[in-house]
Structure formats: structure tokens, C-alpha cells
Design a protein around this ligand. Structure first.
Ligand SMILES: [Zn+2]
Length: 512
């Protein structure tokens, strides 16, 4: 029986890798490309890690899973809310239901781990002290045999963090290689590549060193596979050099859509003031946080996210994140706010006001940004039961730009962040290699949610009817088995969790 091994590499991007593949710097990726199908892989809107990875594993658009950023905004309570990351049917759930064994390691947003048939090691956001391994007893083994850690210790702005990131990557891939033979499906997430690229995009030597290391390990994976097996390498989005950042809430304030009841920067008896008193900046605090990971055991996953992404304290660049922004907003007057990296929510009293605000913001922001940022409505982007919770507009940056929810003390709407060198682009990478896959075949319109149904087709499994993705039939050689076997769709209710659980009860003795 064919095995499928999937390696997802956060923010892997053709613009960086293609010249190195061509010149033989990455010989194993070159072999995979020349012997398989490859091309751009279109991400979700927004092209941010959290919705993109979930779209990969569920085969669905964010409107069907309710994940539009790391967190969403609830217009009623005016608060940040966390979506349920693990309740939707994923690739490995379908495999489990059909008695196939999966090894799922470090895929983002998989905490708490699901009781799949096989092993699940949760990925970011997760803390060392949490129970992030299914079955539980394997956690100690992973640590002792593979030195498995959930995250590197160094902050990524430090060039030394690369060696730390390498050792973390090595622990995941070594675990995978040692155990690939026992599983029908292996999915490995390499997560910190994105963070390294964010801080060191201009340091080609450093990036080449990291990618040579990854290529070497991909070669080892190739060496552990048999002739019938498939290897898929993909990324959740691409990356490119960042020129400047659009501070959308600064613009909304200037245009009169966002109002404050107090100055978000005004010093009060806040933790920020206390930290400043002790000479601690947010950056330093994050560094300390990384070091104290184990000590800060009461922290839960959501708080970790907020601390990392909400930027509650003023940064060295005089910017304050969404937590500080929300604490100062005057909701009586405010008509729109941006949460995260481009999710814009409209606050309106009635339908007419909503439509009017929506139309005006789209027209005005596109005019102001002159092609650097485009505005797309949720109607254009999403479908499904969670569309009502979706941002009303997604501000989509063109290559080289980024949208942020920060406010800046400088008063500027466009800013350049000295140590943040790259940001995401819509297209990530896709490489599929295996016995039925065309050789040196360039794909053109693959989307991230096509991977789930395509992998199920290779594994000869049926596909839940409610997925948005399609089987990428064009990658198969004509007259091969996966090309000629009709795609079988089934009612998703078939996979109800209760049924899944009982089916899995007998299968908790796992080895790695
Ligand atoms: Zn990402």
C-alpha cells in the first residue's frame, strides 16, 4: 500500500528557492521537482498561517471553519474571541475513520491533540508543559529519544536562533524518518522558517544555510521511502521582501471611522509603565518569555497567542498592538476596526449604514493605497456557515507590503520596521512526487484546500462532500490508478466524532 508523506514548510517561497534549485544548491528539492509536479499553491485570504494551515487539513475555505486569523473579533461584545481550532474534520480524521494510521507532527493549530489512529504531536501555539502528544505516554519518549521541544529557545531576531531552529527541525524530521514505515500518512510541519525569514530575509547566507539543512533532511526522507510512496512538499503562503507596513487603524482614525475615548499611548498604571520603570521593552519581555517557558506553566495557549500577537506593550518602535488599541476605543462613535493583519470589521446600526460604510471604505482605502493594498469583501472571499463571523473586508497587501493593526506614536500611517524584513505573499509552493505523478510537470492553479482531497484520492479514501478543494487530477499520469479511479464523495456526517472515538478506542498502543 502506498504511503503518503507530507512536509509543510511555513512560508517556503519559489522566489527564494527557485534559483537555488536551478543552481543545484538544493539538490534534493531539485530531484523532487524534476521527477514530479510542482507549481504555485494559492493560499487563503488573508494569507496568514492560521487560516491557511487549517484550510490545508480540512479542504475548506475559512468561511466553513470560522478561522480568519489567529483570533477573531466579536462585534457584539467588542472583544477578541478564539475559534475552535480542532473541531472540524481533518485529513487524518478521515484516514483514522478508515482504519489508516497517521503520524501528525507539529502541524500548526492542532492543540489539543486528537485521538487519531496513530500519533499526534501538536504544533504552535502550544507550551512545553501542556499535554501535546497523543497518546500521552509518548511525550517523555519524544523528549528523551529526539530531544523534542515545542519551540526554539532563542528569539528569532537573534541570528543565533538559526541553529536552535535547525535542532528543532531536526527533532521533527528524525522522528518522522524513524517511523514513516509504520504509518499510511505522515504529516510534518516545519514552522519556524517563516519567523527566521521575517527577521533575516536580507541575509542570504543565513537563509541559504538554513535551506541547505532542510534540503538535506528532505533527502533523508526521500531515502526512507519506497517506490510506491508519495512525497508532498508545500507551504501555507510565500514570502518576499517587506518595503513598508500599512497601519490600517491609523488610517481608519484619520478618516473618522475609528475613535478613541482615551489616548492608547497615555501612560497609566499599566504593566507597560511598570515594565518601562524596570527598563523592559516588549521585545525584551518576549525574550524573557521564551526563556521562562517552563516556569510560566499556568499560561494557557490563548494567552500565549495574545502575548505574542496582541502586542499589549509599546514596542521599541513606538507601536502598540490590538490589546492596547481595543482598551482605548470609543465604541459609541467607531464604525470600523482592523484586527490582525488586514481583517476589517464594520460596526453599523443598520443594513443601510453597513452597506454605505463598506462601499466607502473600499473606495477610499484603495484610492489612498494606490495599488499597494486592495480591499476584498467577505462575500467575494468566503462561503459557509461562519461567513457571518468573518471580517467584512480583508485588506490584501500587494507584494512588498503588509497590513498591521498597530497604532504608532509617530502618527504615521505607513511605517518601515527596521528588523522586520519580509512578509507573506499569496502563493506558496507545491511539489508532489510519486509513482503516478507526472514528471517535471508545472501545475498552474492549485489551491491550498486542494491538498486534502488529492491526498485522500492517493490513499484510495472517499472525500467528504462539503470540501471546497478538488482532486488535482492533472498531476497524475494518464491511465494510472489514481487518475482512472472515479473520485468518491461521501456525506460528511459519516465521520461524526462519536463514531470516530469508539472506533479508535482499541488503538491507543502506539509506537514511535
Ligand atoms: Zn505561515
Amino acid at each position: 500500500m502506498a504511503r503518503v508523506v507530507v512536509v509543510g514548510i511555513d512560508a517556503a517561497s519559489w522566489n527564494l528557492l527557485e534559483p537555488w534549485i536551478r543552481d543545484g544548491v538544493l539538490p534534493n528539492l531539485k530531484l523532487l521537482v524534476e521527477g514530479g509536479a510542482y507549481g504555485p499553491l494559492e493560499s487563503t485570504y488573508p494569507f496568514i498561517t492560521s487560516p491557511a494551515w487549517k484550510s490545508f487539513s480540512t479542504g475548506k475555505n475559512p468561511g466553513k471553519i470560522g478561522i480568519f486569523y489567529w483570533f477573531n473579533f466579536d462585534k457584539e461584545s467588542k472583544r477578541i474571541v478564539f475559534p475552535n481550532y480542532t473541531k472540524h474534520l481533518e485529513l487524518w480524521d478521515v484516514a483514522s475513520f478508515h482504519g489508516m494510521r497517521s503520524m501528525v507532527v507539529n502541524i500548526p493549530l492542532t492543540y489539543p491533540p486528537k485521538p487519531i489512529s496513530g500519533v499526534m504531536v501538536s504544533g504552535f501555539p502550544v507550551l512545553e508543559h501542556q499535554e501535546y502528544v497523543h497518546p500521552k505516554h509518548l511525550k517523555k519518549h519524544l523528549y528523551e529519544k529526539y530531544n523534542y521541544r515545542v519551540a526554539p529557545k532563542e528569539h528569532f531576531s537573534n541570528p543565533k536562533s538559526v541553529s536552535d531552529v535547525k535542532s528543532v527541525i531536526e527533532s521533527r524530521l528524525k522522528l518522522a524518518i524513524d517511523n514513516i514505515e509504520y504509518y499510511n500518512l505522515t504529516c510534518i510541519g516545519l514552522y519556524y522558517t517563516d519567523a527566521i525569514q521575517h527577521y533575516h530575509w536580507d541575509n542570504r547566507e543565513l537563509l541559504m544555510d538554513l535551506w541547505e539543512f532542510i534540503d538535506d533532511w528532505i533527502g533523508k526522507i526521500m531515502g526512507s521511502l519506497g517506490e510506491k510512496d508519495y512525497l508532498i512538499v508545500f507551504s501555507d503562503h510565500g514570502a518576499t521582501e517587506l518595503k513598508s507596513v500599512f497601519l490600517a487603524n491609523m488610517w481608519l482614525r484619520e478618516m473618522g471611522y475609528l475613535h478613541f475615548k482615551k489616548d492608547p499611548f497615555k501612560p497609566g498604571l499599566s504593566l507597560r509603565t511598570i515594565l518601562k520603570t524596570f527598563g523592559l521593552s516588549r521585545e525584551k519581555l518576549v525574550r524573557v518569555f521564551f526563556k521562562l517557558n517552563k516556569v510560566l506553566s499556568p499560561l494557557i495557549t490563548e494567552k500565549t497567542l495574545l502575548k505574542n500577537l496582541g502586542a499589549p506593550y509599546e514596542s521599541e518602535y513606538g507601536e502598540i498592538g490590538i490589546i492596547g488599541v481595543l482598551s482605548a476605543v470609543d465604541w459609541e462613535k467607531t464604525k470600523a476596526i482592523v484586527i490582525g493583519e488586514g481583517d476589517l470589521y464594520i460596526i453599523a446600526d443598520n443594513r443601510e449604514e453597513y452597506e454605505d460604510t463598506l462601499t466607502r471604505i473600499i473606495r477610499e482605502v484603495e484610492k489612498y493605497c494606490n495599488g499597494k493594498i486592495r480591499a476584498k469583501t467577505k462575500k467575494e472571499l468566503y462561503s459557509g456557515p461562519y461567513v457571518s463571523n468573518a471580517p467584512d473586508i480583508v485588506l490584501v497587501p500587494s507584494e512588498g507590503y503588509m497590513v498591521s493593526d498597530h497604532m504608532s506614536r509617530s502618527g504615521r500611517i505607513w511605517v518601515v520596521r527596521d528588523n522586520y524584513k519580509s512578509f507573506h505573499i499569496k502563493n506558496g509552493i507545491l511539489i508532489i512526487n510519486g509513482p503516478s505523478i507526472q514528471e517535471n510537470y508545472k501545475t498552474s492553479n492549485a489551491k491550498i484546500y486542494d491538498l486534502m482531497p488529492t491526498i485522500l484520492q492517493i490513499l484510495k479514501l472517499p472525500i467528504p462532500r462539503d470540501v471546497d478543494g478538488r482532486v488535482l487530477t492533472e498531476v497524475f499520469k494518464t491511465r494510472t490508478e489514481p487518475a482512472t479511479r472515479p473520485v468518491k464523495y461521501v456525506d460528511p456526517l459519516k465521520f461524526r466524532v462519536a463514531g470516530l472515538r469508539s472506533k479508535l478506542k482499541a488503538k491507543t498502543r502506539e509506537r514511535v
